[in-house]
Design a protein around this ligand. Structure first.
Ligand code: G3H
Ligand code: ZN
Length: 285
């Protein structure tokens, strides 16, 4: 069933597990997420970046995202990931997204605050969940490139949430979007410090490539939503390359994308286990 972010995020926040969030851009990608979450009995957030919307079209993604959510036997949130403009967020809300991220983290503190407040004002009466970001997460996601990384200051996180009244907050604690070049280092102490002072759930971005035990440690430290994208793309690519090598001459898209969907589903299930959201689908009945 389709739900807003509030209920599942609050339950996870209060009970020490995290809601896994996966990006999708096409049907196989989406089916892998939903099937994986159903097999694990886990609530799930399906999310679309601006790049996915540019690729497939917002209306089309709304059709398949909402359709999949309504048909699923687990709670599903349709979330806009890294919405960089008021207009993008508004359009998503109008089309049926139940949760939006307004990402003005590259702006100054006060510009970021005022952009988030604008969205909260529109979203709150409609029961749309609002995620914001403070600090700068490094790496590349679609057209969003950050060559610098600025860890979130504890006092900034507290002041920012107090001023914006956002529902959840993405923080920069060492993870990066895309493929990691070196060893992953997460500032777990910073997560704990922010969690202790903030009355809302924290979000970890750039979680592909983070070892599963570190994902779980981040959740134990106070993370309530964990975002995964790149690893699904890599699993898809790997399965497709293997299939084409082993089956030269096959041109049926159904045959070639079946193993891709399966490979993505296995990634989804492993991430759900690391988030400890297995068997938590009952929280919404
Ligand atoms: O917003 C989406 C995520 O932060 C995904 O990051 O591609 O490194 O998994 P990732
Ligand atoms: Zn992200």
């Amino acid at each position: 069933m389709l739900i807003s972010g509030k209920e599942i995020m609050q339950h996870a926040y209060e009970n020490g597990y995290a809601i896994p969030a996966f990006n999708f851009a096409n049907m196989e990608n989406l089916q892998a997420i939903i099937q994986g979450a159903e097999e694990m009995n886990s609530p799930v957030i399906i999310q679309t970046s601006q790049g996915a919307i540019d690729y497939a079209g917002a209306e089309y993604l709304a059709d398949i995202g909402l359709g999949a959510a309504h048909r699923a036997n687990i709670p599903v949130v349709l979330h806009l990931d890294h919405g960089q403009k008021y207009e993008y967020c508004l359009k998503a809300i109008r089309l049926g997204w139940t949760s939006v991220m307004i990402d003005a983290s590259q702006d100054t503190f006060s510009e970021n605050v005022s952009k988030v407040k604008e969205i909260v004002k529109v979203a709150r009466p409609l029961d749309i969940y609002v995620e914001a970001e403070i600090g700068i997460i490094g790496g590349k996601e679609d057209d969003l490139v950050s060559d610098k990384e600025i860890y979130t200051e504890v006092k900034d996180a507290v002041n920012f949430q107090r001023e914006t009244m956002c529902d959840s907050l993405a923080i920069a604690v060492g993870t990066a979007h895309g493929v990691y070049k070196g060893e992953v280092k997460i500032d777990f102490t910073r997560i704990k410090e922010i969690r202790a002072l903030l009355p809302v759930p924290l979000v970890l971005h750039g979680s592909s490539g983070v070892p599963l035990d570190m994902v779980t440690k981040a959740v134990h430290s106070g993370i309530t939503k964990v975002n995964f994208d790149t690893e699904l793309k890599l699993a898809n690519l790997d399965a497709l390359q293997r299939f084409l090598k082993e089956n030269p001459g096959v041109y049926d898209i159904r045959k070639m994308f079946k193993p891709c969907r399966l490979a993505m589903k296995e990634v989804v299930k492993a991430k759900i286990a690391a988030c400890m959201s297995t068997d938590k689908s009952w929280i919404i009945s």
